[in-house]
Design a protein around this ligand. Structure first.
Ligand SMILES: [Zn+2]
Ligand SMILES: [Zn+2]
Length: 973
């Protein structure tokens, strides 16, 4: 990489190049450590929350991955054995839906294909289109170990899933039972409570009259009215319940009813659960289609009648309505009831209706046989792990959310009626009806030996496999024979069984950190904690001792990242049309700028309002660095022409400054040190925003705006130059720049990589800046001694330069003109408050300016060249008496005057001011007219009106100033 960077910074070119290089060179691979792994540094492990194999990168991913990449790059550069492990999730429902949609388009269906062919088809889809999101990650430069990429249906991970299922079954923690589940008639599977979203919908409350039967079993002529929002479910009614103390119905105790339309006799039952205030106070009991009714029926030993099939159509139990879709049946039933005069009333009613999160279909509570994990023992361990602080949440409030959920946890329904996924390893026997669950596919029933066995058709909930990832990606359970204490050796499973797996587990489990969104806190985070504590607890420690709960947890820390909203703080949504595609923004501004935008706003618990204007600003920041690099290389090359060469050995470490080094050297080194300290501290606390902003201030403000300008004075390449001094200045410049690049690298990996290679002119000491050391302040580096009071002195100089610049602007001095200034320090001489001269936290051991204004005068005098250059000053004089006359300004430690004769061409100036006044008046009238136009105000967006008001105020101010100036001009005449 030569010194001559292209003139223009073009992120697209450099980013494509380095992204490809990082992957090709396997730069971030973290192979299985050797036995004496401790020598390579402590591990720092993060699992990438596996995106769905069907997924595409969105802003949430971009934020989450930026945060992870910053942390991993920073830890890696800080000497940790960093591993960021990527993979994708097979995403049962989402992927199956995707392929089913393809089949529908082809006029086929999965049923037509059959299970085996369908699964083959999904694999084929996966080979062609799956994991596109990981390719996006590669382009974005995520520093993951691509050698370790996994897919949750990989064979070794499937072995772990099977082992977990079988082991839980052996421990009597898996059972099968009839249960009311949320059934999606579209996806034709049970879905968990978490996969159902509720929406308020306008519906009706129908009041149906159920005939009361007399003692003779015939209609008594009396009716009991029940209210329902789903009249079709009456086909499955087995009773009507009333409150035992409901005085309206006391006479109906022990009576029976005739179920309308079905002509079935059903009892009236008494239960205190019934609310007397809802509807008529009498509720129909449909155990197969309502969870409360199911519980009620259990208490009263009533049967369940399931009246609906998998597709949401009425089945044979629905008599004359069999075959009808649930909503068609509803209509017909209401009609029939009306005809029979059994409909007492219809009321409007707003209902909270559950929908399938995937396909938006209204879910049907429905009785079905499912597989469950008895969750309590796992939950107890998982709660203890957090209570005992083995896992720490950031922001802390999520710990409370976690406990709330874990306290109310229900058994986990783990079966799904899908084809795509890990098929449950259970076989049903046609002879004895018992179930065989084994690690190896059986050929006969384990109970009666019959050969007529068939495998369970259900697959496991996708979260069952992803919940196991922290243990399974590091080789569990394939550790070889007898490697798992107290566990039936799974060695016969045969895949990947090796001591290498065990070394991986020893080295990387528990992982260090999980970064994820709060929306999967329960789906995934809680389940990983439950499974991790449960299964890893059986794996002995490397030294053979028993693993404690502290070492069984899947991760030591959980960082819950915030939401990315649009610039107006609105949640991004497709319906609102305000979704930002990170890839599009990256194309426009470069990955570095987008990453920096996110980082500069990311802090625990604070949502991010993503504003493109900021990204534009950070692209300008990258450009600024680029130009600084070009300036630097130009000087390095010029220096080389006269034999001045920066010693390569001087690079790659923290620059130092001797006590007698020039002020700007001691100052920039002090700035760099405190920047590094702040950035390390901020990252330690997940304050990405503080870290990013601190570097930004340093690079743009201290380095580019001040230091580069001052250093131009020192880069003397003339015949008469003091070569040693020029070389020293150049060395510090390159050193500081190179260190700052390393500091910035985790945030802007691409531009820093490109420029860093250029700094080394083709001979970099490492393959990548990402493999160098992160700037840290070691304890033996005595900041105070080296840099002394450089910070406070420089601050005073900067204040003087800023004041002169501002005053020049106010007076209207031409930018090219150099002018003399006078400073009065006398009336500051007696001040006892020396803190004005002291920087924050920096002592003045080496200060030669610690003593009132004499010290200040010395600072200004000895740095005259800086003041002259930066403020365009010709002469710097000190006055011993208070300043009189025009062009003055006061600061906290000096008074300042610019010596400048204003010679004005009065007629020309008058003409200019008169023209300006006319222009301002015209603009003002137009603005006022618009702002008093009601029609305009009603239609215009608030931002336009605001802008107009601001413009009006500004114009008014300019007008006043111009009028005053004209007044003065006329008076002075
Ligand atoms: Zn669905
Ligand atoms: Zn059997």
């Amino acid at each position: 990489m030569p010194h001559d960077l292209p003139k223009a910074y073009d992120p697209a070119i450099i980013e494509d190049h380095w992204a490809e290089y990082w992957v090709r060179e396997k730069l971030f691979a973290q192979p299985t450590p050797a036995a004496d792994a401790a020598a390579n540094g402590e591990a720092y492990t993060i699992l990438l929350p596996p995106p769905n194999v069907t997924g595409r990168l969105h802003m949430g991913h971009m934020l989450n991955q930026t945060e992870m990449d910053i942390l991993v790059r920073w830890r890696r550069m800080s000497g940790r054995r960093a591993l960021w492990l990527p993979g994708t999730d097979h995403a049962g429902i989402a992927t199956q839906m995707m392929v089913e949609r393809q089949l529908t388009a082809e006029g086929s269906s999965r049923q037509q294909l059959g299970r085996e062919a369908f699964i083959a088809r999904v694999w084929e889809w996966k080979r062609h289109y799956g994991g596109a999101i990981l390719d996006q990650m590669k382009r974005l430069g995520a520093s993951v170990d691509w050698q370790r990429e996994y897919f949750t249906m990989d064979e070794n991970l499937s072995v772990a899933v099977r082992e977990a299922f079988v082991r839980l079954h052996e421990q009597n923690l898996i059972y099968r039972g009839a249960y009311i589940v949320n059934w999606c008639p579209r996806c034709q599977t049970a879905i968990s409570d978490l996969e159902v979203f509720h929406e308020e919908q306008k519906g009706h409350l129908w009041e149906i009259r159920y005939p009361v039967l007399g003692k003779d079993g015939k209609d008594s002529g009396e009716f009991l009215s029940v209210a329902t929002t789903r009249p079709e479910t009456m086909l499955g009614d087995v009773a009507v319940a009333i409150h035992p103390e409901d005085e309206r119905y006391l006479r109906l105790h022990d009576k029976k009813l005739r179920l309308p339309l079905m002509n079935r006799e059903i009892p009236i039952i008494l239960d205190e659960w019934v609310s007397r205030d809802f509807g008529t106070g009498a509720v129909k009991v449909t155990p197969a289609h309502d969870p409360n009714d199911f519980a009620l029926a259990e208490r009263h030993h009533l049967p369940s009648i399931n009246i609906m099939d998998d597709t949401g159509h009425i089945n044979a139990e629905g008599g004359p309505y069999a075959g009808l879709d649930r909503y068609v049946a509803r209509k017909k039933i209401v009609q029939d009831l009306e005809e029979r005069k059994l409909l007492a009333g219809i009321k409007d009613h707003v209902n909270s209706i559950g929908h399938c999160d995937r396909c938006k279909t209204v879910v049907e509570p429905r009785l079905s046989t499912q597989w469950f994990v008895k969750i309590q023992p796992l939950a107890d361990k998982a709660k203890a792990a957090v209570r005992e602080k083995h896992i720490r949440f950031t922001p802390e409030m999520y710990e409370k959310t976690y406990f709330e959920w874990m306290e109310n946890i229900h058994d986990w329904c783990i079966s799904r009626q899908l084809w795509w996924g890990h098929r449950i390893p259970a076989w049903h026997c046609a002879e004895c009806r018992k179930i065989t669950v084994t690690r190896v596919d059986p050929t006969a029933c384990a109970h009666c030996g019959a050969k007529k066995i068939t495998q369970e058709t259900d697959v496991l909930d996708t979260w069952f496999s992803s919940g196991l990832l922290p243990v399974s990606v590091f080789g569990w359970p394939n550790f070889g024979k007898n490697n798992i204490a107290g566990a039936p050796g799974p060695s016969h499973l045969g895949t990947g069984e090796s001591s290498e797996n065990r070394a991986d587990f020893n080295a990387f489990y528990p992982t260090s950190l999980l970064v994820t969104g709060f929306d999967i806190l329960f789906f995934w985070v809680a389940r990983m904690i439950m499974f991790g504590c449960w299964f890893a607890g059986d794996v002995p420690m490397p030294d053979g001792s028993k693993r404690t709960l502290a070492d069984s947890v899947p991760f030591r820390e959980v960082y819950i990242h915030a939401l990315v909203r649009d610039a107006n703080r609105e949640k991004m949504s497709k319906t609102k049309g305000n979704v930002l595609d990170p890839i599009e923004i990256v194309k426009q501004y470069g990955t570095d700028a987008v990453r920096f935008t996110l980082a500069s706003m990311a802090s625990p618990g604070t949502d991010i309002a993503f504003n493109i204007a900021r990204t534009e600003g950070y692209r300008a920041f990258a450009n600024k660095i680029w130009n600084a690099a070009r300036f630097l290389f130009m000087n390095v090359d010029r220096a080389a022409e006269i034999g001045i060469v920066v010693d390569p050995e001087a690079l790659g470490k923290m620059p130092e400054a001797d006590a007698d080094a020039p002020l700007e050297v001691r100052w920039i080194v002090a700035e760099l040190l405190s920047t590094a300290a702040k950035v390390n501290q901020s990252l330690e606390n997940y304050r990405f925003d503080d870290a990013a902003n601190t570097i930004y201030q340093f690079f743009w403000g201290s380095f580019c705006d001040w230091y580069l300008e001052i250093v131009k004075l020192r880069l003397d390449f003339s015949e008469t130059a003091d070569k040693a001094k020029t070389k020293a200045a150049l060395t510090t410049l390159v050193q500081v720049f190179e260190t700052a690049l390393r500091l910035l690298s985790p945030f802007m990996p691409f531009i820093t990589e490109e420029v860093w290679h250029a700094v080394y002119d083709g001979n970099p000491p490492a393959k990548s800046i990402a493999l160098t050391r992160y700037p840290q302040i070691t304890q033996d580096y005595n900041v105070d001694y080296r840099v002394g009071d450089a910070h406070s002195k420089m601050e005073t100089l900067q204040r003087l330069v800023a004041e002169v610049r501002a005053l020049r602007k106010d007076i209207g001095i031409d930018e090219k003109l150099v002018v003399p200034i006078v400073l009065d320090l006398t009336h500051f001489a007696n001040t006892e408050d020396l803190s004005l001269l002291k920087g924050e936290g920096l002592t003045q051991q080496n200060s030669d300016a610690s003593d009132d204004s004499v010290g200040l005068k010395q600072v200004f005098e000895s740095n005259q060249d800086i003041i002259r250059r930066l403020a365009r000053v010709s002469d710097l004089n000190f006055s011993s008496i208070p300043l009189t006359g025009p062009n003055k300004r006061s600061s906290i430690d000096f008074d300042l005057q610019i010596i400048y004769e204003l010679t004005v061409n009065v007629p020309a100036e008058r003409e200019r001011l008169t023209k300006d006044i006319a222009k301002y008046e015209k603009n003002l009238i137009s603005a006022e007219r618009q702002l008093s136009n009601e029609g305009f105000l009603a239609k215009a967006p608030a931002s336009v009106v605001e802008g107009l008001k601001k413009q009006e105020a500004e114009t008014r101010l300019l007008l006043e100033k111009a009028r005053a100036a004209l007044d003065n001009l006329n008076k002075g005449k």
